[in-house]
Ligand binder design. Structure first.
Ligand code: NAP
Ligand code: MG
Length: 488
């Protein structure tokens, strides 16, 4: 099955004004074309932003209770299309079908969660120094929101941006990552099928390097929500500041786990391996560095190795496969480059790291999951985000030493500690420089009702999901009504 997807502007599916399309290939076998998306131009961006601007007022005026029904309907449609959308996402970026299916269901939960926001309070009544004045605050829409998303969670991330944008009364211009443009277009189909008024959601696909700036700069865009790399995030922030727009950035991570001498060995090894290797390590919350107490180091290492050696690589559409390929050629090259660098800098490659060379894998972007030891925290592989199936093991003598090194990074997305010592657990909660903290848990994972995001350079300091989303997707209006409208 090959899909030919169009842009969606002002309620109509349209080809790009360039007349050109972009081919999306399957990372399992780069000869297989999954389909095409539109190679949009700045003119298409302008048309999408104009349509969103035109629709914003009417959408904002609808009661949130009415907007709720559109999100509920979208959740039902998304669920009913879960097999097809999950399969498309797996073919576009390679993660296992069980993972993309889970992501579709998560998308539906996020839609249902934000649908209910339509029934919750949108302001507060306040006392006033002026007697009898009615004094209150209202949460009002920001206007038109630009949504720019990455390929690694091609379903959940767009939805956790679009759903709160819509329920709080904003219209949307959405640009998915090119690698997962077909999945992105299918998400927009879901909203279109749910009957959203024309112009409330608009889709423009195309390379971020070509149309990204046009979206962020467009005068009709009031706010921009972005998840992706730090380098692109910085550019977006600079433009947003210059143009006076609201912005939200969720960026990279270099997430540490500390395993202390009293940790449950089986649990910690299992969750460290899952944390590092799920989605072939391509999660912003992936476990990247593990600090292990020297007294259990060897036993822990053996367990980790055993689990990593058991991975079966292949096409994520097959049930028995436990790890898919890297998502693209550039991902493959970046990860291979970091592995080479790790060896050059003197880390010991314990296992994996090589490209699969068998006939069946030749046209795919497969790298065997990789474990390094004798890593020091100042090595490139311990400092830069690799975004692949690579785990760095670092031996430590004390919790304090581990904590200091765990925090010694520009990133601060998630961090985890395995211990039974409640005092150390509480100390870690307090002193770990991460937005998401786990005790005896995996670094990855998020739930729709909880704020999600990082500290330091992992985020712009804003938070997504849960009630936190209201901060970004609305503006406060403070209202004072004086009932005494005459001087008598
Ligand atoms: P990316 O290259 O920064 O791309 C993200 C999005 O930005 C894509 O839609 C991309 O379009 C677009 N883009 C590229 N250049 C642009 C420009 N100049 N202006 C505006 N938009 C532009 O990131 P990625 O490789 O897709 O994703 C991996 C990164 O995302 C990792 O660093 C990961 O840690 C981070 N991430 C963070 C979170 C979080 O919540 N903290 C979650 C997931 C991923 P094209 O696809 O067309 O290039
Ligand atoms: Mg990219």
């Amino acid at each position: 099955m090959s899909y030919q997807m169009l842009n969606y502007i002002d309620g109509t599916w349209l080809p790009a004004t360039s007349g050109e399309t972009i081919r999306i290939t399957n990372p399992v076998n780069c000869q297989e074309v999954v389909g095409t998306v539109q190679a949009s131009t700045k003119e298409d961006v302008l048309n999408a932003c104009e349509a969103a601007k035109k629709a914003a007022k009417g959408w904002a005026q609808l009661s949130p209770v009415v907007r709720c029904h559109y999100l509920q309907k979208a959740a039902d449609i998304l669920e009913s299309r879960s097999d097809e959308i999950a399969e498309t996402a797996t073919r576009e970026m390679g993660k296992r079908l069980i993972e993309t299916k889970g992501e579709v269901l998560r998308g539906a939960s996020i839609l249902r969660y934000y649908a209910q926001e339509g029934y919750r309070k949108i302001g507060e009544v306040l006392p006033s120094a002026f007697e009898n004045n009615l004094f209150y605050s209202l949460r009002v829409p920001v206007g038109v929101v630009g949504v720019i998303s990455p390929w690694n969670f091609p379903i959940a991330i767009p939805i956790w941006k679009i759903a709160p944008a819509l329920i709080y009364g904003n219209s949307v211009v959405f640009k998915p990552a090119t690698e997962t443009g077909i999945t992105g277009a299918k998400i927009v189909e879901v909203f279109a099928e749910a009957g959203l008024p024309k112009g409330v959601i608009n889709l423009v696909t195309g390379k971020g390097s070509v149309i990204g700036n046009a979206i962020v700069e467009n005068p009709f865009i009031n706010a921009i929500t972005f998840t992706g790399s730090n380098s692109v995030g910085k550019t977006i922030a600079q433009i947003a500041v210059e143009k006076g727009k609201k912005y939200q950035l969720e960026l990279g991570g270099k997430n540490p786990v500390i395993v202390l001498e009293d940790a449950d060995l089986e649990l910690s090894a299992q969750l460290v391996v899952e944390g590092a290797m799920k989605q072939t390590g391509q999660r912003c919350t992936a476990t990247s560095r593990v600090f292990v107490h020297s007294s259990i180091y060897e036993a822990f290492k053996d367990k980790v190795l055993q689990k990593v050696m058991a991975f079966k690589l292949g096409d994520g559409l097959n049930d028995d496969v436990t790890m898919g390929p890297l998502a693209s050629k550039s991902q493959f090259e970046t990860v291979a480059g970091y592995i080479k660098k790790g060896i050059e800098e003197g880390a010991t490659l314990l296992y994996g790291g090589e490209q699969l060379s068998d006939e069946a894998f030749r046209d795919g972007y497969f790298i065997r999951p990789c474990i390094f030891e004798n890593v020091t925290n100042n090595m490139t592989i311990a400092q830069e985000e690799i975004f692949g199936p690579v785990l760095c093991m670092i031996r430590v003598e004390t919790y304090e030493e581990a904590l200091e090194q765990a925090n010694d990074t520009i990133y601060g997305l998630s961090a985890s500690l395995f211990t039974k010592d409640i005092r150390k657990a509480l100390d870690f909660v307090k002193n770990s420089e991460a937005g998401m903290v786990q005790i005896n848990g995996e670094t990855g994972g998020a739930e729709p009702q909880a704020p999600f995001g990082g500290m330091k350079e992992s985020s712009s300091g804003t938070r997504e999901q849960g009630q936190a989303a209201v901060e970004f997707f609305t503006a406060y209006k403070t209202i004072s009504i004086n009932p005494n409208y005459t001087t008598v």
